[in-house]
Design a protein around this ligand. Structure first.
Ligand code: CP
Length: 301
């Protein structure tokens, strides 16, 4: 089984992965496995790459790193041949981030070891989505009925796509916000200006402006006051509401810098939870899911 997009997982798969992450977080350790996992990042990454490395090592796996700049990609080797080469070395799984939407289409039938999508272009970011779900579940204990506002560069965001569609599937009420020219009509999620809905949301997910996917640097001028989270908007949020952002954060653009670590921010909690979710994803794909009877807390999504 690969994990390429959130629709690869049904509701009970998602519940099980969250339960496993909870177990790993509370025990701070897990079964140690043997083998190798390769991390192929064809796009820059800090969180996802280091978080997968941490998760792999804590699960007992040795990590195989891959640097595009010193690899035979520079000689013109294709993604397909690169991945088949890594598979033939004997790894147990391959984590891939690539700028092309659905890069995995040419791989999914031919590669026998699990592929974990660490982000495909503007497509999806399933491990980020799962860590976001875990962070929301940890806070509220449910998804059903929550009001979730996703604000920013929706059109170019793989996080927005994975999160909006999955949270909607789990019963949350999703609204998108931000500049009208960065909305994605195909998503089918209702739009509202941030000032009309900020006071109602339980979760505000801010998105980074994806400078690498368009040439609209001018749009960053006045972005914070027009669309971002200013201290004035933060004060309109409900007492128990939380702020999330997949990061990296453009401080002073999507969010006022002083709010990044404010009391209701869960931005660094998301990063911490990312390690346990990625340990759970690896466990799910390589050990065939959770059957541990010691799990006592039922995840009631
Ligand atoms: N959230 C996220 O994907 O961050 P990186 O690009 O640093 O991996």
């Amino acid at each position: 089984m690969h994990l390429l997009k959130m629709s690869d997982l049904n509701q009970s798969d998602i519940e099980r992965i969250i339960q496993t992450a909870e177990r790993f977080k509370s025990n701070s350790d897990c079964e140690k496995h043997q083998g190798f996992i390769a991390n192929l990042f064809f796009e820059p990454s800090t969180r996802t790459k280091l978080s997968f490395e941490m998760a792999e090592k804590r699960s007992g796996y040795q990590t195989i790193d891959f640097l595009t700049e010193s690899s035979s990609v520079q000689k013109g080797e294709s993604l397909y041949d690169t991945v088949k080469t890594v598979e033939s070395l004997g790894v147990s799984a391959i984590v891939i981030r690539h700028p092309k939407d659905r890069y995995y289409k040419e791989l999914e039938e031919s590669v026998q070891v699990p592929i974990i999508n660490a982000g495909d272009g503007k497509g999806e970011h399933p491990s980020q989505c799962l860590l976001d779900l875990y962070t929301i579940y940890e806070e509220f204990g449910r998804f059903n009925g929550l009001n979730i506002l996703i604000s920013g560069d929706i059109l170019h965001s793989r996080v927005a796509r994975s999160n909006a569609l999955t949270l909607q599937r789990l019963g949350a009420n999703i609204t998108v916000s931000g500049p009208s020219f960065w909305q994605d009509a195909e998503l089918g999620i209702p739009y509202a200006p941030i000032d009309e809905v900020i006071h109602k949301c339980d979760v505000l997910i801010l998105l980074r402006i994806q400078e690498e996917r368009h040439d609209l640097k001018e749009e960053q001028r006045d972005y914070l006051t027009s669309y971002g989270l200013t201290p004035e908007r933060e004060q309109q949020m409900k007492t128990e509401s939380i702020i999330m952002h997949p990061a990296p954060v453009n401080r002073g653009v999507e969010i006022a810098s002083e709010l990044v670590e404010c009391q209701r921010s869960r931005i660094f909690t998301q990063m911490n939870n990312g390690v346990y979710i990625r340990m759970a994803i690896i466990h799910e794909l390589l050990q065939g899911g959770v059957t541990n009877e010691s799990i006592t807390k039922k995840c009631s999504i």
